[in-house]
Design a protein around this ligand. Structure first.
Ligand code: PLP
Length: 355
């Protein structure tokens, strides 16, 4: 049975959260002389001299409407990166606990584990990029606190089988993190609606991909009220700055525009996949539920370097296990995609294979 109290670090359980004067006071004040801000203003036309809302009430209220989940099930982070780090800090004792990841996957889980001195155990995906549940199970011991699942997965682009994720949720006594950074591009539905079913489920999403706001740094964590409360008291109080809060609130009014971009990107992804499938030395275009394609091509590293000379940057995954000879290609604008396809044609000319 999942027992949140048992898996939370003792120092976090006994932590007294930072409390600002504005936490201690509720009501309408006229004069704010409590936070040592600059009362005279800012050297900008719009003033940012006041600390932002540490609880991001307005953003969470709007987000809760869009996502269909109450605000007390939401924690916002300075990018998903902060959400990832917070999970390590709240639940993993350095030099004692361990977590499981399923590579090839997003690199930040391992980096964050290393920063926090938490052991990483690896259950590589199967050849079909699905979970190896049998291997995964053998890695779990009493110090395993988190299992990181990324669906749709980066860099492979596929969604994990829903039934497999449910198996992990049902059989693991620690927290199962499902990173849904690319969920808006997927045919699969989100796990957010399953939070009532699984007390050990944490879902991560982000404003960096479908929402087109990578520069703002805004990540979302969805979980039980109890898990959110623990993350909340541990996070830096003002982790989401005023500008981000204001702009996110505006963006949340533009769900229609975001959905249009998602539809366009998915259409372009499918069109580009067909183009790559026709290319001579391309061995495989993996099915994608994300806003990128994983393409297996002969001499991938050489192709990557050739494209660099043309000023085109792809993500070289050719030395990653299970992704050998693979390049990860983000879907660009129509114009960028054309430039990319033309550059590939030049590559094939150069190595003298007929296009
Ligand atoms: C891009 C990405 C994120 C987003 O990270 P942010 O810090 O929110 O920009 C999270 N998880 C995965 C798997 C990603 O690929």
């Amino acid at each position: 049975m999942f027992n949140l109290d048992k898996i939370t670090r003792d120092n976090i359980k006994s932590l007294v959260a930072y409390s600002s004067a504005r936490d201690e006071f509720s009501g309408e004040a006229k004069v704010f002389l409590d936070a040592n801000e600059n009362s005279l203003g800012s050297p900008l036309t719009k003033w940012y001299n006041r600390y932002p809302d540490p609880h991001q009430v307005a953003v969470k209220t709007a987000l809760s409407q869009v996502k269909g989940i109450a605000p007390d099930h939401i924690l916002l982070g300075n990018g998903s990166d902060e959400c990832i780090d917070l999970l390590f800090r709240c639940f993993c004792n350095p030099s004692k606990d361990n977590v499981i990841i399923c590579p090839p996957t997003y690199g930040m889980y391992e980096v964050s584990a290393n920063v926090n001195a938490v052991e990483i155990r690896k259950a590589p995906l199967l050849e079909n990029f699905q979970l190896d549940l049998i291997h995964l199970e053998t890695l779990v011991d009493e110090n395993t606190k988190l299992i990181w699942l990324c669906s749709p997965n980066n860099p492979t682009g596929n969604s994990l089988n829903r039934a497999d994720i449910e198996t992990v949720l049902n059989n693991f006594n620690g927290i199962v993190v499902v990173d849904e950074a690319y969920i808006n591009f997927a045919k699969q539905k989100t796990f957010i609606q399953e939070l009532g079913e699984y007390p050990n489920l944490v879902v991560l999403q982000t404003f960096s991909k479908a929402w087109g706001l990578a520069g703002l740094r805004l990540g979302m964590t969805f979980a039980s009220k109890e898990i959110i409360a623990i993350l909340n008291k541990t996070k830096p109080p003002y982790n989401i700055n005023q500008v981000t809060q204001e702009l996110a609130l505006k963006a949340l009014e533009e769900v229609g525009q975001v959905n249009d971009m998602i539809n366009d990107l998915v259409d372009m992804r499918e069109a580009l996949a067909e183009v790559f499938e026709q290319m001579p030395t391309v061995e495989k275009v993996y099915p994608s539920d994300a806003n990128f394609l994983l393409v297996k091509i002969k001499q991938a590293r050489k192709v990557y370097e050739f494209l660099l000379t043309k000023g085109i940057v792809l993500r070289d995954r050719s030395s990653v296990k299970l992704c050998d000879d693979c390049l990860r290609i983000t879907i660009g604008t129509e114009k960028e995609n054309t430039i990319l396809v033309d550059a590939f044609a030049e590559w094939f000319d150069q190595i003298q294979v007929a296009v």
